[in-house]
Design a protein around this ligand. Sequence first.
Ligand SMILES: Nc1nc2c(c(=O)[nH]1)N[C@H]1C(S)=C(S)[C@@H](COP(=O)(O)OP(=O)(O)OC[C@H]3O[C@@H](n4cnc5c(=O)[nH]c(N)nc54)[C@H](O)[C@@H]3O)O[C@H]1N2
Ligand SMILES: Nc1nc2c(c(=O)[nH]1)N[C@H]1C(S)=C(S)[C@@H](COP(=O)(O)OP(=O)(O)OC[C@H]3O[C@@H](n4cnc5c(=O)[nH]c(N)nc54)[C@H](O)[C@@H]3O)O[C@H]1N2
Ligand code: SF4
Ligand SMILES: [Mo]
Length: 715
Amino acid sequence: MRENTLRKIEKEMKLYGYDSYVRSHCRMCHGGCGVIVYLKNGKVEKITGDPNCPINHGTLCSKGLASHRLAYHPDRLKYPVMRDGKRGEGKWKRISWDQALDTIAEQILRYKTEYGAESIVLGYGTGRENEWAIYRFSNLLGTPNVLTAGHFCYGPRVATGIITCGSVPVVDYENHPKCIMIWGNNIVISNPDEYKGEAFSESLRHGAKLIVVDPRLTRIGARADIWLQLRPGTDAALAFGMLNVIINEGLYDKEFVKKWFYGWDQFVERVNQYPPDKVSRITWVPEDKIIESARLFATTKPSAIQWGVAIEQQVNCADNNRLLMALLGITGNIDAPGGQVLFKPPKIRTVSEMGAHKLLSPEQAEKRLGGNRFRLASNFAIINPKCVWDAILYEKPYPVKMLFFISSNPLLTRANSSEIYRALKKVDFMVVSDFFLTPTAELADIVLPSATWLEMDYIADFWKRHGYILPRRKAIQVGECRSDHEMLNDLAHRVGQGKYWWNNLEEMLDYILEPCGIKWEQFKEMDYLRGEVRYYKYREKGFSTPTGKFEIYSTLLEKWGYDPLPEYREPPISPVSRPELTDKYPYILITGRRLPGFFHTENRQVDWLRELHKDPIVEIHPDTARRHGIKDGDWVIIESPMGRAKQRARIFEGIHPEVISAEHAWWFPENRAPDHRWDESNINMLTDNSYENCDYKMGATHVRSLLCRIYPENI
Ligand SMILES: Nc1nc2c(c(=O)[nH]1)N[C@H]1C(S)=C(S)[C@@H](COP(=O)(O)OP(=O)(O)OC[C@H]3O[C@@H](n4cnc5c(=O)[nH]c(N)nc54)[C@H](O)[C@@H]3O)O[C@H]1N2
Ligand SMILES: Nc1nc2c(c(=O)[nH]1)N[C@H]1C(S)=C(S)[C@@H](COP(=O)(O)OP(=O)(O)OC[C@H]3O[C@@H](n4cnc5c(=O)[nH]c(N)nc54)[C@H](O)[C@@H]3O)O[C@H]1N2
Ligand code: SF4
Ligand SMILES: [Mo]
């Protein structure tokens, strides 16, 4: 720690009378920001940013600042509970950890014997750093079914990154790209995955040119040199249009293409099917803007693309990712300083090694739900959620009997909530590990109290691809809450996996660190560890793909029976593909823009954060609002052929008159337990999860472009 930081901390302690502090790393989102946690009498009083941390340089967002309001919340689940009435009735009795884990272990072994390990599905939602432990437990148990958000979030980036160039290309903000294209991402609010808004803002301050691809005008969009307001779901066509300009104007990196691009001629042929005028008609983006942005991106060096989940929650999920990689590759920005880099982690055990994927037998892997349909996903151990709901409801291809959700609230966060509700009600046995009794947890048989980041030691950012790992240090203990790693370690011993696990958490952390020769005791005193940073690594050994080349023409996709080249498919539920629906449902609905104080369904009970955003908000253009007699602040109904939800209207000029943007993940912890009105404002009542509307390689559900209508609540 630097001297001046220490002095600052000491001054703060004296001024406010804190008696101790812990340096740690926040994880109220995907995590990573260095923090200083100040305590008085063993209780957290304040959290500030750690100026020494390379991830956030002392900055913090509202969620980080309010972490202790969540940890100490009076509704927090502080001990294990078991259902004491009918499922979903809201009656619970306290049980001990031993009783909880013994019961769960007993049920797991029973289902495994009676129906096969595949009848047990473990699940998590977005990344919480417990992923490898959940996979390890599942793989050793013999179930190939781990239900995650990976089909439509980040998983596609990892899967397509690996098959195309060996890893996920990550923007090198530390070397300040000179042109940044923000594509379907709102980095200053979502601080997603490897990134924090702070690093991007710094590059902007260094004068980076900015192109923003977003159907809504975001705060970043308002600062852009070029804002491309595309029709939702047409990203692949737009990328093809830009590639077309770059190739036909000769603006690409000829040397890279010659030496490293696999299948160039076939690729050019595909790209030539998308001239800018055609792309303009598909995407609504004016032709001159497509040309201007392609030129700006290709001729400014280095340039980078910060892309987000919006392009993954679409029918073109996998190909959107691959087309953006193609833009980076042909402009010579892959693994270039200030471009998009294939960073190396420090020399520690990998997430994949820790997940024990090799220990799942081929016969069991063969049984992965949806494995034959979504082969790209299945090769990365990812499944499509509907396969699980169907296996519960219709017992096809075999029955799923037990669900174990560790950090997920699927009733609100997966498409088609009504179907999920039916499945959760029907499943034989369900366990949830969470901080609160969420609407999903309320349907469980046993709920385990999990620890927040303030209550655990861990190696933060271990799963990310920016090459850093950071020590998260335990600051407090709340009730009997335990981290998921500790819980799974205990449970694993009870189901006969003991020899693959550890005696305690510290041994587990030592094992992860072992290859770099340090132990947790030492690591916890350090600021961070970083893998070696080197650029253009492919020039020495080629890319880590079957051909050693940059595979936009993918030999693996070809092997799995898919078109090896990216393509554009019209969104399955759009005015173009379903014109018969547009009389009744005239608007394109996009869902799920991130909100600064919430993390999906989280934090709605945290006073400091709920104050910032009390109600669910749907954005509507003024002309559209006028047409339906909707005023700013009115409660309105949004309806699709699947269902309806109620949100409050915000009249917003920055959205196209034919597009409507609704928030996701709304429930109301403050009222009407046990259901907390989960079905009232939940936008996933409207989303469609049918297989044919998903990305046919990745199984991504299409939640970013649907058809809807909208009207005031009181008519
Ligand atoms: N319509 C629509 N739906 C979407 C999206 C969208 O854009 N539109 N976005 C999707 C995306 S990208 C994602 S990733 C998913 C997210 O889906 P989920 O991850 O299922 O969503 P969360 O609401 O974050 O649920 C996490 C739950 O775990 C608890 N929790 C948090 N940390 C921990 C922990 O460390 N341990 C345990 N045991 N529990 C913990 C929280 O209290 C919360 O109840 O939502 C998806 N749903
Ligand atoms: N505060 C907060 N931070 C979060 C989360 C959270 O819930 N809250 N969730 C986390 C998770 S799991 C994820 S995956 C990330 C996601 O983070 P981001 O990728 O930033 O996701 P969003 O804000 O949902 O969407 C980004 C933008 O995509 C635009 N968009 C919608 N449809 C389309 C489309 O068809 N094409 C294009 N090009 N753009 C479109 C939206 O208008 C929006 O401005 O955020 C993470 N960070
Ligand atoms: S951006 Fe994420 S890690 Fe950083 S302070 Fe906010 S919630 Fe914590
Ligand atoms: Mo996500």
